[in-house]
Design a protein around this ligand. Structure first.
Ligand code: LLP
Length: 400
């Protein structure tokens, strides 16, 4: 399910470029893949909203039945604002001040705690009265690149599984109600076996917690960025997860719900970033096409060496030529080096695909440039869901 070039150009003309455009039906299609594959399981999907927090997108995601995973108290507040109930919100914290965990508790949301010290503080203050999950570090290396790998044995995330004795002692001393165990090994994980390995790690630990209600396997499903890339095979994942549970009967025979926290999988392919070419520059090394954007709007290529497909939607039948696509900020901001693209003219619209996740969300005002607008397309209708920044926004918090 895709938006046509004509739709993208019409939206860029109406709302201006650069603009992030999200396709609601594509988000729903991705969500249905998960629901269908796991239809025989007691499963909950919490959308990892760090990928894209626009409240109109959150409201849409709530309307299709997903829950939401948050990584900061402000994401929790945005989710509440979007209409999620506290029970539908999961706060998977990492390295945060205890006061923020208390704030989440006061908002009655589900909480995963990722350090011994916060677990202990939580136990001392609330004892058995408020169930919590524990985020563990499974010591599994997985994910598209080291910057987005979070479960390996040098990662800061979660309490290392080898500290299980300490965890048990904190839980027992403070009579904590441990409701769930969580792991998240990374992003861009194509291989379903990674999740099976995670389950195997958890199965060694589960018997220590008699009140468990869920195991949370995190997010990280891969989406195809390049031609020829594949996405995580969700049906195979469901089959393998089910086999893993059958092969490792739960020692307490307690029914455990399975939770997932997909971010990219739900919103990445639904996102199109449309820019306009400012300048063409022929050089001996390459022909540069500078668009009216930069890593201030889409940082993934510079930050992770990520590949995004780029097309010239203003000249789809033009002869293909090699271009280096760069931005207009005063620092190297190469989006793609020597890429074959249909002939480009200044003012053409170039679209960057698969930019719904971690696109707008990781944007900044570097070079005092303005953040782009966001538009949501639903039932064929395009609606502005965030205004483009204005100059006043740059001064908003400054003492002038
Ligand atoms: N759960 C937790 C605890 C996470 O830290 C993350 C992502 C997710 C779920 C969702 O992962 P996803 O399904 O989106 O892969 N900015 C990077 C990705 C970093 C993700 C950080 N945590 C990128 O643009 O590739």
């Amino acid at each position: 399910m895709i938006l046509s070039d004509q739709q993208l150009i019409a939206i860029a003309k109406e709302f201006g470029a650069p603009v992030y455009i999200y396709h609601a039906e594509k988000i729903a299609e991705q969500y249905q893949k998960l629901v269908t594959a796991f239809k025989n399981n007691d499963v909950k999907f919490f959308y990892a909203c760090k990928a894209l927090t626009n409240v109109s997108v959150l409201r849409f995601i709530k309307s299709i039945g997903a829950h939401v995973d948050c990584s900061s108290i402000n994401e929790v507040k945005l989710a509440l604002h979007a209409g999620f109930s506290p029970q539908q919100i999961l706060y998977t914290s990492n390295g945060i001040a205890f006061s923020e965990i208390e704030e989440a508790k006061n908002l009655s949301v589900n909480i995963n705690i990722d350090s011994l010290s916060n677990l202990e503080k939580f136990g001392k203050k609330f004892g058995h009265s408020y169930p919590v999950g524990i985020r563990l570090r499974p010591n599994i290396l997985a994910g598209g690149n080291i910057k987005i790998s979070t479960g390996h044995d040098k990662s800061k995330f979660g309490i290392p599984v080898e500290q299980i004795e300490k965890i048990i002692s904190v839980v027992e001393q403070n009579n904590l109600f441990i409701r769930g165990l969580q792991i998240h090994t990374g992003s861009d994980i194509e291989n379903a076996d990674v999740f099976v390995k995670g389950i195997e790690v958890l199965f060694d630990i589960i018997p220590h917690f008699k009140e468990l209600e869920f195991v949370d396997l995190g997010g990280g499903f891969k989406v195809p960025y390049k031609d020829g890339d594949t996405e995580t095979d969700i049906n195979l994942l469901a089959k393998k997860v089910n086999e893993a549970f059958v092969n490792h009967p739960n020692p307490g025979n307690k029914h455990l719900q399975i939770w997932f926290e997909p971010g990219k999988f739900l919103v990445s392919a639904a996102g199109y970033f449309v820019t306009q070419v400012n300048v063409l520059k022929e050089t001996s090394a390459t022909t540069f096409a500078s668009v009216n954007s930069g890593f201030n709007h889409l940082i993934r290529p510079m930050f992770y060496n990520s590949y995004h497909r780029i097309e010239n939607i203003s000249n789809k039948n033009g002869a293909e030529k090699n271009y280096t696509i760069v931005g207009n900020i005063c620092e190297t901001d190469t989006f793609a080096w020597d890429r074959k693209i249909n002939e480009i003219h200044e003012e053409d619209y170039l679209v960057f695909y698969n930019t719904g996740a971690y696109g707008f969300e990781m944007s900044s005002n570097f070079n005092s440039r303005l953040k782009p607008a966001e538009v949501l397309v639903k039932n064929g209708k395009a609606t502005l869901i965030r205004k483009r920044d204005s100059f006043g926004d740059l001064l908003k918090n400054q003492i002038i």
